[in-house]
Structure formats: C-alpha cells, structure tokens
Design a protein around this ligand. Structure first.
Ligand code: CAA
Length: 420
C-alpha cells in the first residue's frame, strides 16, 4: 500500500513586518537578521488570530481547494506548541469548524515543534493498518512563535498553520514507510511553563540539541535504509528539507549531516566546508523562501519548506527521494524520506504561495509591538474580548474572546460557541 500526501494548504496572519525594519528599531545591523539568521519578513498575528484560527483556516482551504468530503476524514490530529486550553484540544474546535463527521478520532499532540511530525507518523501507521478502509487522515500543524520584545529570540518569531491530508491515494509525495530514524532525549533547551506566554530558551544550547538529535535520528535511518558506507546521503536525496526555526539553522543542519555522512569534520575555510555550502545552495536553499518570509511556525516550519519545494521542484525530481527532518525541543526528532510523485506537477500549476503571501499587509514596528502586547494580554482572564475591526482585520474565521470561560469564534459572521 502506498501512503503519502494527497493535499497540502497553509494559512498565515494577515500582517507582517520587514526584518530590516525590526533590526533598525532594535539598533542591530540588519545583516544579522537577514544573513546571520536568514529571515526577510515575519508574520504578525493579531489577538483575533490564535492557533485555532490559523489551523481552522488552513483546514478549510485544504478541503475547499481539493474538494474533499469532510466525511472522508477518519482521523484529525493537530500538532501544536500553542495550546489554547489545558484540557480541550485545538482539534476539537477545528473538528467543528471543518464540519467533520462524529465518526472521527480527534486529538492534539504536543512536543514543541515535533508534534505534527509525530501526528504524521501516527496517521501513516493507522492507514497502513488497513483499518481506515479508504478514509483519510488530516494532520494540522499550527503555532504562534512568540519570544517577546527585545529578546534574542525576537527575530525568530512567526505564526501560521499547515494542513496535510494523508491518504492511500497520494498525489504529491509518497512516504517511505519501510525506513525511519527517530531520537528522544530529556533536555532543557526550550520550554514554556504553564504560567508563561513566552518560552524559556537557551538559544545556543538549543542549536546544539537540534544538531545532536539530527545525528541520532539520521544515524538510525541510515542503518536501516542506506547501510554503513560513506557518502550515501549525498548520492540518495535530490532535496533535503529541515525544521527551520530560522533559515540559517538549516545550513548548520545540512553541513552537520554531510559531515556525518562523510565521516569527517569540515574545518573552517576548508574546501570540504565550501563544497558543503555550495551543496546547501543546491539541495536546501531553493525551498526556504516561504520560511524566510513567514518566520518560525514551530510544528509547521518543515512543512512550509515542503510547500515551497512542491511549487519549485525541477522536472527531473519526479520519482526521486527527498529527506525530511523534524526537531522538537525537549527533545524529540524524526528523519524520514519520501518520493515526489508525477501528479505533483498538476498541483503546482494551480498553487502559488507567493500569490498567497502577496495578500498580506506590511505593518510598522510600533504596530507590531501593539499586536504583541495585545496578544500577551489575551486569555489571562474570562470576558477578554477581541474585536477584528479594531485591527482592520478582514478574514472569514476569527477569535472573538472568552465568554463564560468558553472561547468564541466567528466563521463568515456566524458565531461558533456552545454546541448543545
Ligand atoms: N552580519 C551577518 N551575520 C551576523 C552579523 C552581521 N552583522 N551579526 C551576527 N551575525 C551572525 C552570527 O555570526 C551568527 O551566525 P552563526 O550562527 O552562523 O555563527 C548569527 O548571526 C546569529 O548571531 P548570534 O550567534 O550572536 O545569535 P544570537 O545570540 O542573537 O541568537 C538565536 C540567535 C540563538 C537563534 C536566537 O535567536 C534564539 O534563541 N532563537 C530561539 C531559539 C531557536 O530558534 N533555536 C533553534 C534550535 S531549537 C528548535 O529548532 C526548536 C524551535 O523551533 C524553537
């Protein structure tokens, strides 16, 4: 049985800022943000765009654009770091928004940025078991990455959601279900206590943890899929996609992977390091524009890169394998591979993430700071209200605040709350 990705869609907040303007406001050399970190723009959510809104809209877009019958979804998994409730999962709101059948498993997975990839592996295993009987799984990654004003993490914020339809009639990529590599270790690189809107993060340590997890997950994958020889990764994958908390992290990851593969350390200024950087430009960098223009969306960052790849792959890539690496702080990681299907060409003729991003509006740094501050105040008490018109926000699905301790959403002007 072939299991893979049948459809994919994403949603981002309506507003964004320029990283160059942010750098000027923070009195930092703009090249630190645009070259050193690798980001061009950053998505900015208003208080009316929470993780449910982003996930719900990504799901609605996917169902509509691909004419998917909501009754065909047997499994809904939402991966998120940005929960909206200590008990009720985001998936429960999304299930209602999408009008899915009651004959559906629905739950949320939390493992920092790894939750959606964990959801995908669960979905694949469910479909492989044969018990889905032709029905499909919808996995949605949704997050708001928020470190706060004037923190070191500020230029690595972002927000958005990616919806992925996994089925036994894939049209975009087919997963390699025979080989896998995974890794887990208890580390305190990034975490967010129950009482905090912002994570606690040890930035440089988190980079080391990411690279260590990549080594662990890839080594396991390599053992089963490629064997013990050298330079096997190099020969196998035509494109390599990584979790991208910021674009420059993917370059560090790719160089590390080539070092593991070639069983050597690339010394500073060495021809090997230069060759690895050139290879990064060929196999990784072409698929990072969407990440550079949205920012970190935690669980969905890897899949933003996948969308970019599905629109920009070269014709000779058809039927060839690509690699995907997911990392979630704390930490958990997964290395997997997939093959590009020829039907992906039809999909890319109908989609353009660049057109979707062109509908956003750039805002000033003071306006971004107002959004950040207002989002920080939301959900701390009952009766908090957010009015989309105050933010000039025009989108079909919005969060309106809390009433009687229940979250209230509006879809096309119709209020969604208690369903008794
Ligand atoms: N021109 C060009 N480059 C410049 C520059 C300039 N003027 N000034 C600095 N740089 C370069 C630096 O040399 C550095 O590049 P290298 O790493 O290649 O050496 C880069 O810009 C960043 O500068 P710093 O090392 O000084 O970084 P920082 O202390 O400002 O923090 C950060 C960077 C650690 C990523 C911080 O933004 C952060 O903590 N972010 C959140 C944590 C994170 O994203 N961790 C990633 C791994 S964890 C994960 O993946 C899970 C997740 O999503 C959170």
């Amino acid at each position: 049985m072939i299991i893979g990705l049948e459809a994919i869609a994403f949603d981002v907040p309506r507003f964004f800022i320029s990283m160059t303007e942010l750098a000027h406001a923070r009195q930092v050399d703009p090249e630190k943000f645009t070259v050193g970190i690798g980001q061009r723009e950053m998505a900015v959510p208003t208080p009316c765009e929470d993780s449910v809104v982003l996930a719900g809209q990504a799901g609605l877009t996917l169902l509509k654009e691909h004419n998917i019958d909501p009754a065909s979804i047997a499994l809904l998994i939402v991966g998120s770091e940005t929960g909206v409730d200590h008990s009720k999962p985001i998936s429960s709101y999304v299930h209602k928004i999408l009008g899915l059948s009651h004959a559906c498993r629905s739950f949320e997975v939390k493992h920092a940025c790894y939750g959606a990839m964990a959801g995908i592996t669960m979905a694949v295993n469910y479909l492989l078991s044969g018990r889905a009987k032709g029905r499909k799984a919808l996995v949605i990654a949704t997050d708001i990455a928020r470190y706060g004003k004037e923190t070191l993490g500020e230029p690595t914020q972002g927000a958005g959601a990616v919806a992925l339809l996994i089925s036994d009639c894939p049209r975009l990529i087919a997963f390699d279900t025979q080989h896998e590599g995974f890794y887990a270790k208890h580390v305190m690189d990034f975490w967010r206590p129950l009482y905090s809107k912002e994570p606690y993060v040890n930035g440089q340590y988190s980079i080391q943890c990411y690279l260590q997890a990549l080594e662990g997950a890839y080594s396991l994958y390599k053992q089963s899929a490629l064997g013990s020889g050298r330079d096997l990764f190099n020969q196998r994958f035509h494109a390599c996609l990584y979790h991208a908390p910021f674009v420059k992290m993917t370059q560090k990851a790719h160089i590390k992977l080539l070092e593991i593969d070639q069983q050597t350390i690339f010394e500073k200024d060495s021809p090997l390091l230069e060759a690895a950087k050139q290879d990064f430009k060929k196999r990784v960098a072409p698929y990072l524009e969407l990440n550079a223009r949205v920012g970190n969306i935690y669980t969905g960052s890897l899949f933003l890169s996948l969308i970019n790849y599905l629109e920009d792959f070269k014709p000779e890539a058809i039927n060839r394998p690509l690699s995907l690496f997911s990392y979630g702080s704390g930490c958990g990681a997964e290395f997997m591979s997939a093959a590009l299907l020829s039907s992906a060409q039809e999909w890319r003729n109908r989609h353009s993430f660049r057109k979707q991003l062109a509908q956003r509006e750039q805002i000033s740094i003071p306006d971004y700071e107002k959004c950040l501050e207002a989002c920080g105040r939301m959900d701390l008490i009952d009766q908090s209200v957010c009015d989309p018109s105050l933010w000039n926000l025009d989108r079909p699905l919005v969060y309106l605040g809390n009433k009687e301790h229940k979250r209230i959403y509006s879809l096309e002007g119709v209020v969604i709350n208690d369903t008794r």
